[in-house]
Design a binder for this molecule. Structure first.
Ligand SMILES: Cc1cc2nc3c(=O)[nH]c(=O)nc-3n(C[C@H](O)[C@H](O)[C@H](O)COP(=O)(O)OP(=O)(O)OC[C@H]3O[C@@H](n4cnc5c(N)ncnc54)[C@H](O)[C@@H]3O)c2cc1C
Length: 462
């Protein structure tokens, strides 16, 4: 539906503050794309709500008029998740960014959804607490966006993903009704688990306005880097560490191509071979002992070197290359669009998955880097699609399809953390079979007019 002047006047009246309702080209443009190559789409109007009640009024109005509404937080998604593909209202939620209640004795915090991950953890650090998932986009990803995408990151291997920390939610449904799910209890057998349904629903089932998170105590940390002569040996080490070692807090994989690119981008002089960048948490002695044990495993897998760092400065140095990996691709290949792969395979398939990606790169004649949170079987790959090559998108997508289908065929998933958005919709039937139909029925039940974040997860509701 095209929005008329009268619609905009009604919306402004619902919000009661014209400063928080904008139709300016700059505001609409700023909320038209995420960090992916998916096509930008302009919303008709951008609204910055300040309460669940305001969001409820906007959704009730939009539901009656069949106007589309898309929630937006940090805009850092990689699959087109917050792009307002059908225009309409863009709900910009990042000003809802307060810590509402810290229950230190219970290791819990209740926050508004717009607070940025790093900002929350800085506040929590004063109390010796933290929220572990640690996405690589931690300086922009908000808690609302993380809950909606069920994000995770380098610590997922030890601590789990966002879903494992969400105890309760306050949510505005597409009809405007406000509900609370969950409780502050650490476990519950009480009825259907609506909290877990809403986590990972990518803004298609409701707008999250409050999140209660459980927290962990900040541990001592030790870092390590293992360098290998070949990808096969490094991939074998990932498997052996998972199989035989106590769980590290992070195992990040970098192939030789990404290491070389990071050197070009940063001026570092890392050895241009595959490496694993790791972190261990616990008491200092415990973390050090774990690191040394993993060192023995890496030596058994023929690593060329294994270096441990204890101080903050040493840890920062060992992690510096990994932190710059995506930036290096983005800056040095700014003439390319990127397919950013996010498969997860059962850990025993990890070495084969790495080989498959390289083979697919060769078969489709397209360059590909592999790096990411390897410890839990998550394998990221970034495929370069030169913008001036008319067939590059076709070849990049063909590689992606082949690799995702491989992951699904071995019992893995199309996406470990970035969500389905637009880019992974075509794999949903293969991955979920008949239960995809049940997901659609749930969507229809909660959003009968299909107004909320259209075109995401399911092709049908576009
Ligand atoms: C360099 C880089 C590195 C990244 N690394 C990681 C990583 O390590 N791990 C990872 O998981 N992801 C990663 N991402 C992807 C992205 O940062 C995460 O998915 C992040 O959690 C998205 O948060 P956001 O605040 O930017 O949300 P947005 O992108 O604004 O929105 C995400 C989705 O949530 C919906 N949404 C937003 N707020 C709400 C709300 N309050 N209620 C309901 N729905 C809502 C949106 O409609 C959209 O579907 C990375 C991205 C970049 C650019």
């Amino acid at each position: 539906m095209v929005m008329e002047r009268q619609d905009l006047d009604e919306l402004a009246a619902l919000i009661g503050d014209v400063e928080r309702v904008s139709v300016s080209a700059a505001d609409r443009e700023a909320h038209s794309r995420d960090e992916s190559f998916h096509e930008a789409c302009l919303p008709d109007v951008v609204i910055w709500p300040e309460s669940a009640e305001e969001i409820g009024r906007v959704l009730r109005w939009a539901n009656q008029r069949r106007v589309h509404v898309t929630p937006w937080s940090g805009g850092s998604s990689l699959e087109g998740n917050p792009i307002p593909t059908r225009g309409g209202v863009l709900l910009a939620l990042y000003r809802l960014n307060r810590v509402l209640e810290l229950r230190e004795a219970d290791l819990q915090v209740r926050v508004q959804p717009g607070i940025v991950y790093d900002d929350l953890n800085k506040r929590l650090a004063r109390h010796g607490l933290f929220f572990p998932p640690a996405p690589a986009s931690s300086d922009v990803a908000t808690i609302g966006g993380m809950v909606a995408n069920n994000s995770s990151g380098m610590h997922a291997v030890k601590y789990g993903v966002t879903r494992d920390y969400v105890l309760a939610l306050k949510v505005v449904l597409p009809t405007g009704e406000i509900i609370h799910t969950g409780s502050r209890a650490l476990k519950s057998a009480s009825g259907y688990d609506l909290t877990r349904l809403l986590v990972g629903s990518e803004g298609t089932l409701g707008v999250i306005t409050e999140v209660t998170l459980r927290l962990r105590i900040v541990p001592e940390k030790v870092a390590a880097v293992a360098v290998f002569a070949s990808p096969a040996e490094a991939a074998q080490a990932i498997y052996d560490i998972n199989r035989y070692a106590p769980t590290p807090a992070g195992i990040e994989w970098m192939d030789q191509h990404i290491v070389a690119l990071v050197n070009r981008w940063t001026g570092m002089s890392l050895p241009e071979v595959p490496m694993l960048v790791m972190e261990f948490h616990g008491t200092l002695e415990g973390a050090r002992a774990e690191a040394e044990f993993v060192g023995e495993i890496c030596h058994d897998c023929e690593c060329v070197s294994f270096e441990i760092g204890h101080s903050r400065a040493e840890r920062e140095r060992l992690w510096a290359g990994r932190r710059e990996a995506h930036n290096a691709v983005k800056q040095l290949h700014n003439d390319c669009d990127l397919v950013i792969g996010d498969i997860v395979v059962p850990i025993s398939c990890y070495p084969e998955a790495v080989e498959r990606i390289y083979a697919a790169g060769q078969a489709h004649d397209i360059a590909v880097y592999t790096f990411g949170h390897a410890g839990d079987g998550n394998l990221h790959f970034e495929v370069l699609m030169p913008k001036d090559d008319p067939n590059a998108h076709q070849r990049g997508e063909a590689l992606n399809t082949e690799v995702v289908n491989y992951a699904i065929s071995v019992g893995g998933t199309a996406t470990g953390e970035h969500g389905v958005g637009i880019g992974k919709r075509r794999f949903m039937a293969a991955e979920h079979g008949a239960s995809l139909e049940l997901m659609k029925r749930i969507k229809r039940l909660l959003d009968p007019n299909g107004i909320l974040n259209p075109g995401k997860i399911f092709e049908e509701f576009d």
